[in-house]
Unconditional design. Sequence first.
Length: 115
Amino acid sequence: QVQLVESGGGLVQAGESLRLSCAASGSIFSRNTMGWYRRAPGKQRELVATLTSGGSTNYADSVKGRFTISRDNAKNTVYLQMNSLKSEDTAVYYCNLFMLGADYWGQGTQVTVSS
């Protein structure tokens, strides 16, 4: 059984930084994609960034240049470094693991940016 455990959310002021972490455990296939999605109040969940085990990245236009996704394959852990945070980044951030045609989700971590 696969589990994803996120950490690092919190309350910050606009312009500050946060780093999210997500550790996957269980039967993890080496070829996979890990990433982050978010859901703001009253909005649908949206992609933030993904990173394949091969090193390919994909970012939402709204976070390009501010957020950086990285991973430690040996630890099955993905990180999201968020700089220059804006109030519109306020959301619940969810870790995602996609492998062998299936999606796995973390429980979510709240990020709140005050202006």
